[in-house]
Design a protein around this ligand. Sequence first.
Ligand SMILES: [Zn+2]
Length: 374
Amino acid sequence: MDSVLRELEQISSGVFREVITGSSYEGRCIRVFRGGSGRVKVLAWSQMHGNEPTSTLALMDAMRYLEQGGSEAAEILSLLTVIAIPMLNPDGYIRYDRRNAQGIDVNRDAQSLISPEARLLMKVWEDYKPDFALNLHDQETRYTSLQPLTPSLLAMLAPECNYEKSVTPARERAMKAIAAISDDLQGIAAGRIAKYDDVYTPTAFGDTFMKMGTSSILIEAGSEPDDPRRNKPRSAMSKAIISALRVMASGRYNDYDIQQYDRLPLNKDFDGYDLLIKGIKVIDPLGDYTTDIAIRRVKTSCNQEDFADDFDDFRILNIGCLGDMPAVKTVDWQGYTLRGSHSDIYIGRKADIETATPDGEIINVLNLLKTDQH
Ligand SMILES: [Zn+2]
């Protein structure tokens, strides 16, 4: 069995009791757990988008932390009631697709409630009327700053609850809590916690719950070079969830102000190349030439919602004198040679190309990229 589903099956009923067993459109179980007995209620759900499993793994890690006891876990559980839904969209996960089996984006279904997954989430909200919500996702590789190019390890957002971007009491609490959580995580994610850039989306759950008075926090697991399984983002997200619970239990968010939230760097998309090879010599039957070659990971799928990160398809996207074009990695390969036809080393072709170093060592560019970053 898939490791995420196996971990999901193994959630024990110690601290956390299964209080509702919901059903996806195709009839898969959606388990709703409750733990703790405190006055402050927190609703945490993960993977409403099926292709975002890091969020479920991180939520289960946080649940295990509370299960394993210890004085801090006991204190959190005495102050909070935690309702957890790991993997809200199992049909999407089976397909490794963002949407549910009906093709509906569950996070755009908070008003219409066409999908059973959205109806379940709304029912749990109505049953508990939580003070806080933790809405857990994975995001594609995005960059918090342009120099150096560093992918966000986490991105967080206190979603808007109207077009005027009002700071309601619920939203203010969420903003302050995010400031507190990012402060807690400085040791492991300094400079790599971004503010998710978003606009008011009335059909999204975070925005809807915020409007209904629940302080909603979106947390996105980002990415890490050389970590295709996102182990480091998983660990960072589970620490962020535990920090959030601590902050909500203690009320420590009151020690922060919303300017600290506003100062988080924006989660920026990177519009550059994965690899820029400079000064390589192409040995071609029609005449040798020296050029730069730029390579980028592309989506093989026609579904724009799939993550490019999930494909190992690297293509040549530019050739010529490319100067200082932004790239995650730039290599100066003067003295390196590339044997092949100019028609194969061409725009749009796979970057499955072999080069020879000045010492005669052969390097496959594709292998270099696959192992180099997620
Ligand atoms: Zn998502």
